[in-house]
Design a protein around this ligand. Structure first.
Ligand code: HEC
Ligand code: HEC
Length: 214
């Protein structure tokens, strides 16, 4: 058998098995989403509602452009690669299990089609105090925290308050938003540096929860 016909045989076998991890796209297309999501559900929940025990946030209904960018960041080492970021590392390892280019499209289509959730706040923040601290955030995330694709700023209203606090702390500590080439993370970081402490972060998260449905 020539080298060329061997690789043909391998390609045919891979196609029959549903791919060997290097194909340009997954044959089932976006229909693979629900099956691929079964793995994600163990941490993010069956309806993408998040799970505090695993520190995995609500992801249901986040916009397509934001989910894609975050998965790319985890893949490319702009998130979850800092040695102190143990939660991010768990997610980074998960992204590495998506082997086809088509897996990204399929899983993103599935996650973004799930209805957004409104997880109960658990951090005990003071929404009235948080309203003041939220004033500088409006420029990018919008007055009702619905996000602004033009500023690369995601919606915040469907996130768990404990996750908002955790991410603000991460931006502040520099375990998120500090890698070379992470321009969008870098634009967010100074905002977290402007928040005094975890209490103020919890206050902002409590205020964001009051903006739901507006
Ligand atoms: C082992 C648990 C685990 C599994 C399984 C998992 N994730 Fe995650 N995921 C996390 C954690 C923890 C975070 C938060 C990381 C951090 O704190 O920065 C996260 C964050 C994310 C984010 C970023 C959310 C945001 O608002 O920025 C997206 C998107 C995401 N996961 C999608 C997925 C998808 C899609 C899958 C399935 C392919 C998946 N996750 C599987 C644990 C997991
Ligand atoms: C200059 C624009 C800008 C301002 C002002 C800003 N942000 Fe952001 N924010 C961003 C961008 C861009 C991202 C996405 C970063 C990324 O892609 O990793 C982000 C991400 C976040 C995240 C992470 C969301 C997630 O799903 O992981 C939180 C939480 C957040 N911002 C809260 C705030 C708060 C609270 C304020 C005000 C104190 C604020 N932001 C002000 C641009 C901004």
């Amino acid at each position: 058998m020539t080298r060329c016909s061997k690789s043909w045989a391998l390609a045919a076998l891979c196609a029959a098995l549903g791919g060997c991890g290097y194909g340009p796209s997954r044959p089932e297309g976006d229909a693979a989403g629900p099956r691929l999501y079964e793995t994600c559900a163990t941490c993010h929940g069956a309806n993408g509602e998040g799970n505090q025990q695993f520190r995995a946030p609500a992801i249901a209904g986040l916009p397509e452009w934001y989910v894609r960018r975050q998965l790319e960041k985890f893949r490319d080492g702009h998130r979850g690669a800092h040695p102190a970021d143990t939660h991010g590392l768990r997610m980074r390892n998960m992204v590495r299990t998506l082997r086809h280019d088509g897996d990204f499209d399929a899983i993103i289509a599935h996650v973004t089609a799930m209805p957004a959730v409104q997880p109960e706040p658990v951090m005990g923040g003071d929404a009235a105090r948080g309203r003041e601290a939220f004033a500088p955030c409006v420029e990018c995330h919008g007055a009702n925290a619905a996000g602004d694709v033009g500023r690369d700023a995601p919606p915040l209203t469907s996130l768990n308050d404990w996750y908002i606090v955790a991410q603000l702390a991460q931006f502040k500590a520099g375990t998120r938003g500090t890698t070379a080439g992470d321009a969008t993370g870098a634009s967010m970081r100074p905002m977290a540096l402007g928040l005094a402490d975890e209490q103020q972060m919890a206050d902002v998260a409590a205020y964001i929860a009051t903006l739901r449905g507006q």
